[in-house]
Design a protein around this ligand. Structure first.
Ligand code: SF4
Length: 620
């Protein structure tokens, strides 16, 4: 019996601590893993201690009246609580917060007061039953009925919540917390009134204010339950849930939480794009090409920008370098490069363009001047951006002009890029070179001044697979050699997986998922990312049909309301078609813009996920 009682008491303590931690505001909570670990260890130790005390008490009790009195449940519970809190403090002190500690002390004091009062009755030879036998029976009987009643009320509130329309249904966490607090309050009030009215008053005054009546029980317990449930839901738990969800969203919007500190995960941030928005004012209407895009690139890092054609990847890149031509216009945003906002320093953009930040395009034939020899075009980069260095070099080589030094440097650069016969290539015109070679020349032009950031806009799309691989390898080697950061734009997830450290998935002008590449491929969050990944054929995996994302990228002049992916999303639920989801930090430094991960819509999201899973199972 002692063992069962000790286990029940231990479980009770475990639940109290667990609940208490969950109810606290997030900043005062102990991290879940620390709490669980210290709880489990403490419980086991406390169980051992409890049994170690209890057994001698029970055995000695036969011989000494004093031990019989001391052998009472409140006293044991107080000893267990003290031991539990002590060990919890020892094992969980790393994460323990001040508020949590204070609450533990309060609980401890209450437990000891109850134990001392109860034990003192025993020492004075007063039994609770002495007050009134009838009252004591009623206390037990009434409490059992009240507990049953509370369970019924809990079930009723859950059922009622289920029948409500999804818009006004309470989130699961709010419902559960309100049920617990409602149950505790109604049981507490019922117990207190039982003690006051049924036991003490009846004994002292010799009157029975009322007989034990099931109607009174129903009235008091349900009245208190409903009142407390309503008040706590409305005033405490719902605002707290909204606050929590707002905080999460805010964290997401403010990707740059360390606003002015130019570092992320301990690495130096080279480019910090915030809320970049670019529209095109065409005759048909306003094309909302880029809508509040934010991301960061660290030093020496490759960030991939991936998405279907027409989702705003290239416009984002062009906006960074302010290469958007009318009727396009950068509406707002910030592009911090080495701590300076390039959009505020438009007049100085030429100092950065081609020197600090360079861009290579999809089709080199369109971006390299067809009427100049490639060697002259590379030399022009040196002449434009490194005139001082060239002049210095003339001191070492007085027989040469800065033009011929620039030409020498161009030839050396081609040699460094493993381009065969560079001395001949520099005298060729672009049309005389193959597609792969032209792309290499473009890369050479991009890297001539050892830029800090290289923007590669689908650099391998126009090339065949073998050349594609050579170019990717070349870029990787160069990244290593010059520690150049790269923004790699592509629609090819295979290339992204080979090249990038982090990736931003774009859809219809928005970044919908952004974070480490490993996470994106192992556990994609956004339905669009999942669709993109599952539509890639896997070598060796037989499939009847490849998965597709149904529908088309929306017209950016008349984009759909709410989440722009909603017409194609099988998870779409209530707020998706009316409000644009904000970016939420679902894991450290991993962001997703989707209502499925918004804590404020958790319940609806779960229903939607279950619905889709059911449909998928039926289809399979
Ligand atoms: Fe789908 Fe809604 Fe998420 Fe958009 S917000 S991707 S519609 S579930």
């Amino acid at each position: 019996m002692a063992l069962i009682e000790a286990i029940i008491a231990a479980l009770l303590l475990f639940l109290i601590i667990n609940r208490l931690n969950n109810w606290l505001p997030e900043e005062h909570q102990i991290p879940k893993e620390v709490s669980l670990k210290s709880n489990l260890i403490s419980i086991l130790i406390v169980l051992g201690i409890s049994l170690g005390i209890r057994l001698p008490f029970e055995n000695l009790g036969y011989y000494f009246e004093f031990f019989v009195i001391l052998n009472n449940q409140p006293l044991h519970f107080a000893i267990m609580t003290t031991a539990f809190f002590l060990f919890h403090h020892i094992f969980g002190r790393k994460g323990e917060t001040k508020l949590f500690k204070k609450l533990l002390v309060i609980i401890l004091i209450i437990t000891w007061i109850a134990a001392v009062v109860y034990t003192s009755f025993g020492l004075l030879g007063i039994e609770i039953q002495d007050f009134d036998l009838r009252g004591a029976d009623l206390l037990h009987l009434g409490l059992i009925w009240a507990i049953i009643m509370v369970f019924i009320l809990g079930a009723l509130t859950s059922i009622l919540n289920r029948t409500l329309s999804i818009d006004i249904r309470l989130p699961k966490e709010v419902l559960r917390n309100s049920q617990i607090i409602g149950s505790a309050a109604s049981l507490g009030v019922w117990t207190i009134q039982l003690i006051i009215f049924e036991m003490y008053l009846s004994r002292l005054l010799g009157i029975w204010p009322y007989e034990q009546d099931i109607r009174i029980l129903i009235g008091v317990v349900s009245g208190v339950y409903v009142l407390v449930f309503y008040l706590f839901t409305k005033k405490v738990f719902l605002p707290k849930a909204h606050e929590k969800s707002k905080l999460k969203i805010q964290e997401g919007i403010d990707i740059d939480r360390t606003a002015n500190s130019e570092s992320l995960e301990g690495e130096k941030v080279i480019l910090n794009v915030k809320n970049l928005t670019t529209y095109f004012y065409t005759e048909e209407g306003i094309v909302r090409a880029v809508e509040g895009v934010s991301f960061k690139i660290l030093e020496g890092e490759v960030v991939g920008l991936v998405g279907e054609t027409g989702c705003g990847k290239s416009v984002t890149a062009l906006s960074i370098l302010q290469l958007v031509r009318p009727p396009g216009k950068i509406m707002k945003g910030e592009v911090f490069f080495k701590g300076k906002d390039l959009l505020q320093e438009s007049e100085k953009i030429l100092e950065y363009r081609g020197k600090e930040i360079t861009m290579i395009f999809q089709d080199p034939l369109n971006s390299i001047n067809p009427v100049f020899k490639v060697g002259d075009q590379i030399a022009e980069v040196y002449l434009l951006h490194m005139e001082k260095e060239l002049l210095m070099e003339t001191i070492n080589q007085p027989e040469k002009s800065i033009y011929s030094i620039a030409r020498d440097w161009s030839e050396n650069l081609l040699r460094e890029l493993n381009i065969p016969a560079p001395e001949q290539i520099i005298d060729r015109y672009p049309h005389e070179l193959s597609g792969g070679m032209r792309q290499r020349i473009q890369i050479a032009m991009g890297l001539a001044c050892s830029p800090k950031l290289l923007i590669a806009d689908e650099p391998t799309t126009a090339l065949d697979v073998t050349v594609q691989n050579q170019i990717l390898k070349l870029m990787k080697d160069l990244k290593k050699k010059y520690n150049t950061s790269i923004l790699f734009i592509t629609h090819d997830l295979g290339i992204i997986s080979k090249m990038c450290d982090r990736v931003a998935v774009m859809y219809s002008g928005f970044i919908v998922e952004y974070g480490k590449i490993q996470k994106l491929f192992s556990k994609p969050y956004h339905p669009y990312t999942k669709g993109l990944i599952s539509s890639v054929p896997v070598v060796g995996k037989k499939r009847h049909r490849l998965d597709i994302i149904s529908g088309l990228v929306p017209n950016l002049i008349y984009p759909p309301a709410g989440c722009r992916f909603h017409p194609r999303c099988k998870y779409c639920f209530e707020p998706c078609d009316s409000e644009q989801p904000k970016s939420i930090e679902v894991e450290p430094n991993y962001y997703v813009a989707c209502y499925l991960y918004d804590p404020a819509h958790q319940d609806k999201a779960e229903i939607s996920i279950k619905k889709v899973q059911k449909e998928d199972t039926t289809l399979n």
